[in-house]
Design a protein around this ligand. Structure first.
Ligand SMILES: Nc1ncnc2c1ncn2[C@@H]1O[C@H](COP(=O)(O)OP(=O)(O)OP(=O)(O)O)[C@@H](O)[C@H]1O
Length: 344
């Protein structure tokens, strides 16, 4: 179990991590989500004692990282895949790590097999593709057979097959009862892997909830309807107590009706339908809405990148909305008694 308590990191006048507190549960994949510059990597580096917190603490199985006798046996991490000596072979890189952590040498070949690098084990890692580098980094994380695994953007630069492999590996590691903590700036990616989510923006906790809860709250369904007799259909829907909203293209959106009910209602009133399609707001949109106040850049009407809050050099995040933000997420996740998945 990883426990983060009031963790804060300041670089000069930049507040990169701001009083973060959360726990990473065992036996599930926890997605650590936030837009670029949210403070994910900084938090992960502090978890591994690679950066010193300005205040606050992180414990791994109840102890600070530097107090762990053989850290690779507790926690394995992939932070910077290219942090490998380019002149060293994949095998020698892992061998060096194994020897310096008292891990049996036989484990090197095992993890090379697990990540599919056995064939290239004697090649220098400097010539590796990005995908091979990621695999080597994952092999290093798995070397000590740790109960906790931490991956910073592990699918970055991978081809579709590599992405699928990483997704399945994460799930498998969690099914084995391990704690799997994985960062991403893409909700669409996390939706396919994570069971639990910790969302941050400008260094602050925005949400801590299960993936199921996020989906329940944010993937609102509606039905898009088009008809040449809009007034008649609107009246029929209103009479049936079904809410609808007009769309800019002349059609409308029926919020609390299903396609069968709407179709039957239209038939009963002799109304022709030209479109009747169930829609679902994407989780990526919900995530963007959740973090809208904490992105570093937004896209201008002409497609240009516009810095958000350029004067906010201290990186002070605006407070989260008190009413739950309108996007289905809210401060209740951070409050005692709020709806939360039981953490093990
Ligand atoms: N060594 C440093 N010195 C100064 N500022 C830093 C340093 N490291 C990170 N920062 C700043 O702290 C903030 C958080 O950065 P961090 O890399 O942790 O974000 P992130 O969520 O991992 O972003 P990304 O998804 O882009 O990797 C950013 O504004 C970054 O510029």
């Amino acid at each position: 179990m990883i426990e983060v308590h009031e963790l804060t990191k300041r670089y000069g006048d930049k507040l990169a991590v701001d009083g973060l507190s959360f726990q990473v549960p065992q036996g599930v994949v926890t997605g650590f989500l936030g837009p670029n510059g949210a403070g994910k990597s900084t938090t992960m580096r502090m978890m591994l004692d690679l950066d010193r917190p300005t205040s606050g603490s992180v414990t791994i199985d109840g102890r600070a990282y530097h107090q762990l006798r053989q850290p690779l046996k507790h926690i394995g991490a992939l932070l910077e895949a290219k942090a490998v000596h380019p002149g060293r072979t994949a095998y020698n890189h892992l061998l060096w790590l194994a020897r310096s952590n008292r891990i049996p040498v036989g484990r090197v070949d095992e993890v090379l097999g697990m990540v599919g690098l056995r064939e290239v084990a004697k090649r220098k890692s400097g010539g590796f593709s990005l995908g091979m580098g990621q695999r080597l980094g994952i092999a290093a994380a798995l070397l000590g057979d740790p109960k906790i695994l931490m991956f910073d953007e592990p699918v970055n630069g991978l081809d579709p097959e590599g992405i699928l492999w990483v997704r399945n590996l994460m799930k498998l590691l969690a099914q084995e009862g391990r704690t799997v903590f994985v960062s991403s700036h893409l909700m669409s990616e996390m939706a396919l892997t994570a069971d639990h989510l910790v969302v941050i923006g400008q260094g602050r906790l925005l949400a801590n909830l299960s993936m199921d809860e996020f989906i329940d709250q944010n993937s609102h369904g509606f039905v898009r309807v088009r008809t040449p007799q809009p007034e008649a259909l609107l009246e029929a829907l209103a009479t049936a107590g079904i809410t609808s909203r007009p769309l800019a293209d002349g059609g409308f959106e029926v919020v609390d009706g299903d396609p069968a009910t709407i179709g039957d209602l239209a038939r009963d009133h002799g109304i022709a339908l030209h479109e009747l399609s169930p829609q679902r707001a994407s989780l990526e949109e919900a995530f963007m809405q959740m973090t809208a106040d904490s992105v570093e850049y937004r896209t201008g009407a002409d497609g240009s990148a516009i810095p958000v809050n350029p004067g906010n050099a201290a990186g002070i995040a605006p407070p989260p909305p008190e009413d739950g933000g309108g996007g289905g997420w809210g401060a209740q996740w951070q409050q005692p008694g709020g709806k939360r998945r039981k953490e093990s």
